[in-house]
Structure formats: structure tokens, C-alpha cells
Design a protein around this ligand. Structure first.
Ligand code: F0G
Length: 457
């Protein structure tokens, strides 16, 4: 096994997984409307739908579950979480939420006026949905290369400062409440942002009095990439790098379900007291009291511990290398994937994998369904279905038409990665036989979650 770093943990508790036949899976995927979100998890062999809330907690975190202070107000666990966020991320104020989108809701609500523009380094589905529901207009200011799956750049998540400057010149700084910087960029393939770029964004924002808010969901992975790739950071700890990254932001939204290593939870962190007060006024409406924000005390305790654990160098090195191991296996066989391999997932390039299927026939959706039929591996579409429609009702046509093989944290081993790779390679060999889909049910927002499809004749 070349280039594989052994799992830095032992398995203490096991969860059996479902083995099925291909004949069974043909029926299951049909019943699920060819949408992998609609497959019952008990019918999945290796679940790479998402890295969100799917992490295995450590013994230390499970022990924390017994220390829940479930008082309605002023829970001890909140204090521990607050301390972890201050220490590790360096922000002054913490508003807990039930998960990342709860924080996005609060942030969009308190900062966006109808007609405002929100520049961001590529969209994320829930983030953009909240911005738009508050009357904001999302503007993509990521570098062009991020939309090209084959472009090999160390920091493909960088903000294009010229695009940002152009937007400021065009609409005026007063129409831009904040710049949203995702570290890493999920939809670009888990690509990181460089420290230099974060510094430059801060400087440009300061010139115009614009705030900088991070989507910190996968910030530890971003910090590790900086350690590996950016000059001057090789000898720094991932924790030090993370702290520096955060020092260039006014606040962040966080889905604790990823880099905080928990199954549920999130937060909004802020430095500005006025914004914090506004957020606490809203959190009680949407989430819960400002000292639990929709989480149980035990969940806050587990998240506080997860925040520290994610910065263990052995953990984060293995994490990044496990994902890369799967990506390299596929690249060795000439399979088109987003390059370089990102932090949380390997993304198959469905446009190149299935060049005979036009984007209107949902190539990535079709490929994800075929992968499930072939091996019981569950992946996720990240292409035209996920992109949805604009406010006029027209389909977005994203450059990237991808299938995401998302690796849960501390859950699967190298042999699972080998099985996934073998199945993808097998499909690639018979790719001309794969056909497109037609959508037969479409919900009005975030359609990818529940849309249904049928195979084209
Ligand atoms: N921001 C990013 C970059 C995300 O990837 C997600 C969730 C969120 C915000 C929202 O956080 O789920 O806790 O409400 N991503 C999951 C995924 C759903 O599968 O990529 P949430």
C-alpha cells in the first residue's frame, strides 16, 4: 500500500454494515428516484454521501456525553465551548446554533439588506440560499481556475482580488456588508485558500470598511494545506496556522459537523459587539437560548473537545492523506477527478467521465446512481441539480459537474478506500453504457435533497 498512513486510532466499537446484491440495489435506487439522498442508510455499504455529522467521536468525546449540564440557561458545557472557540479560533463572542445553516441564517439576517451584494469564493448551497432569502445577491469572486477541474494549483480556493475590486467599483462598498470566504471551498473540490490571499482580502476589505466573514466549516483542513504548501508555514503547528487565518476575519459561521468532529452542532463567532447583540436577539427566536442554541449540553461538551482534537497533527495528517490516497488510486487509472485532491472528498469529473451525456440529462446524478448500483457505495451529486435555479427560475449551469466521494472522519479504513476505487475504475471501463436521467419531481429550494429522477430511454 504505497503512500498510505495508517489510521492513528484503534477500533473500540463496531457498527455492522449492510451487504446487498446488485439485483437488490437496482430496485432500491429506483425506489429512491435515482437520488442518493433518498436511499435508506441501512441499504448502503460504504457511505460517502457526506462528511457532515458522520464523524466517529473519540473515547474522550463519548466520555463528554456523560457530562452534559442540561440546564436551560448558563450550562457549564457552553462555557467550555466558549473557551475552546476563544482559544482555538480567537474570536471574542460565540453564538451556538444547531448546525452551520443556523449560523448562516443568523448572519444573513443581521447583516444583509435587500439589494446587497455578497461576494464569495464560490457558492455553497445553504449559504447562498440564506443570502438570497434575505434579499442578498451572491457574486462569485473565486479565481477562474477553481471552475476548471484539471487546473493544478496549490490554493485553488483563493479569492480573485480583481473580481472583488471590480464588484466594489461597480456597486459601491456600502452595498457589500461582508465578503464570505470559505476555507476550504467545498464546491470547488475541497480546495484551500492561502494565507497570503486571506491577508490580501483583509487588506482590501479594510480599505473600504467591508467586513470579512469566513465559512470555517473545514478550516482545520485548510490550515493543514497551508502547512504543507505555503512557504514559511512548514514548521508551524496546524493550530498556530489556524489562529493566524482567523485573525484576518471579523467572524465566522461554523458547521461543527465537519472539522469539530461531532454529529450535530455549529456556531456563529464574532468580534463585533453590536453584531453579537443582534445575533443573540435572533438566536432565541430560531435556535434556543444564547447558551445552547439548539444543542444539548452534552453535544456542546463533545464539540468543545472535538475542536481541540481536530488539531492533533496525527489526526489531521492522516485525514488529508486518506482522501489523497483514494484520489491518487483513481488518477493512476486515468480517471478524471478534480485536481489537486482536496481536503474532504474526491470529486469525479462527470463531464469528462460521461462526455456523451449533456448537462441537462444530469450526468453527475446518473453517475452517482450507477456507483450505488455497482457496489453499494453512496456518493453525492454536486453539479446542475445542486446548483438549482436563479431568482428568475432559470437553471444555473455550473462549470463543475461532479460526483463527490466524501470521506467521513475517522470512520473508514484503507481497505474501504480500495473497494471504492475498484468500483469507480470498473464503472469507468464501461462508461459508454451509462445513460442520463430526467427529473420527474423538483422541490422549489435546495432541490438536490429530494428531487426524483427516471432513467432516459
Ligand atoms: N458551509 C459549508 C462549506 C458546508 O459544506 C456546509 C454543509 C454548510 C456550510 C452547512 O452546514 O450542514 O451544518 O448546516 N455541508 C454538508 C455537505 C451538508 O454535505 O457538504 P450544516
Amino acid at each position: 500500500m504505497k503512500n498510505y498512513i495508517a489510521e492513528p486510532f484503534k477500533i473500540k466499537m463496531v457498527e455492522p454494515i449492510f451487504m446487498s446484491s446488485k439485483e437488490e440495489r437496482v430496485v432500491i435506487i429506483k425506489e429512491a428516484g435515482y437520488n442518493t439522498f433518498l436511499i435508506p442508510s441501512g441499504k448502503v455499504f460504504i457511505d460517502l454521501l457526506t462528511d457532515s455529522g458522520t464523524s466517529a467521536m473519540s473515547e474522550n468525546q463519548w466520555a463528554a456525553m456523560m457530562l452534559g449540564d442540561e440546564a436551560y440557561a448558563g450550562s457549564k458545557n457552553f462555557e467550555h465551548l466558549e473557551e475552546a472557540v476563544k482559544k482555538v479560533y480567537g474570536f471574542k463572542y460565540l453564538v451556538p446554533t444547531h448546525q452551520g445553516r443556523g449560523a448562516e441564517n443568523l448572519l444573513s439576517n443581521i447583516m444583509i439588506q435587500p439589494g446587497d451584494y455578497i461576494p464569495g469564493n464560490m457558492y455553497f448551497t445553504t449559504t447562498r440560499a440564506h443570502q438570497e432569502m434575505n434579499g442578498g445577491i451572491f457574486v462569485d469572486v473565486i479565481i477562474d481556475e477553481a471552475h476548471d477541474p484539471g487546473a493544478e494549483l496549490p490554493f485553488k480556493g483563493d479569492v480573485d482580488l480583481e473580481k472583488l475590486q471590480k464588484l466594489i467599483d461597480k456597486v459601491g462598498a456600502e452595498k457589500i456588508p461582508y465578503i464570505c470566504v470559505a476555507v476550504t471551498v467545498n464546491m470547488a473540490g475541497g480546495q484551500p485558500v492561502s494565507m497570503k490571499n486571506l491577508r490580501d482580502v483583509r487588506a482590501l476589505a479594510d480599505k473600504y470598511g467591508i467586513k470579512v466573514m469566513y465559512d470555517a466549516t473545514r478550516c482545520v483542513e485548510n490550515a493543514f494545506f497551508i502547512k504543507e504548501r505555503e512557504e514559511g508555514y512548514g514548521d508551524k503547528s496546524t493550530a498556530e496556522i489556524l489562529k493566524e487565518m482567523m485573525s484576518y476575519a471579523d467572524g465566522c459561521t461554523m458547521s461543527g459537523k465537519k472539522d469539530c468532529l461531532v454529529n450535530i452542532g455549529g456556531f456563529l463567532a464574532l468580534n463585533d459587539e453590536d453584531l453579537f447583540i443582534k445575533a443573540t436577539q435572533l438566536v432565541v427566536v430560531y435556535e434556543g437560548l444564547q447558551t445552547y442554541g439548539g444543542m444539548a449540553g452534552r453535544d456542546m461538551e463533545a464539540m468543545a473537545r472535538g475542536i481541540y482534537e481536530a488539531l492533533d497533527e496525527n489526526y489531521i495528517r492522516h485525514r488529508i492523506h486518506q482522501v489523497r490516497y483514494l484520489g491518487e488510486k483513481l488518477m493512476d487509472k486515468g480517471i478524471p477527478i478534480v485536481r489537486p485532491v482536496g481536503g474532504h472528498a474526491v470529486f469525479l469529473d462527470a463531464k469528462k467521465f460521461l462526455p456523451h451525456i449533456p448537462q441537462d440529462d444530469f450526468p453527475a446524478q446518473a453517475l452517482a446512481a450507477e456507483l450505488y448500483i455497482d457496489s453499494g457505495v453512496r456518493a453525492m451529486e454536486r453539479g446542475i441539480v445542486s446548483a438549482g435555479r436563479d431568482s428568475q427560475g432559470n437553471n444555473y449551469y455550473p462549470e463543475l459537474e461532479l460526483v463527490r466521494l466524501t470521506i467521513p472522519r475517522r470512520v473508514y479504513t484503507a481497505s474501504h478506500m480500495d473497494i471504492v476505487a475498484d468500483s469507480v475504475i470498473q464503472l469507468y471501463e464501461k462508461r459508454d453504457q451509462i445513460k442520463g436521467l430526467k427529473m420527474v419531481y423538483e422541490p422549489p429550494v435546495l432541490r438536490f435533497f429530494t428531487a426524483r429522477f427516471e432513467p432516459l430511454k
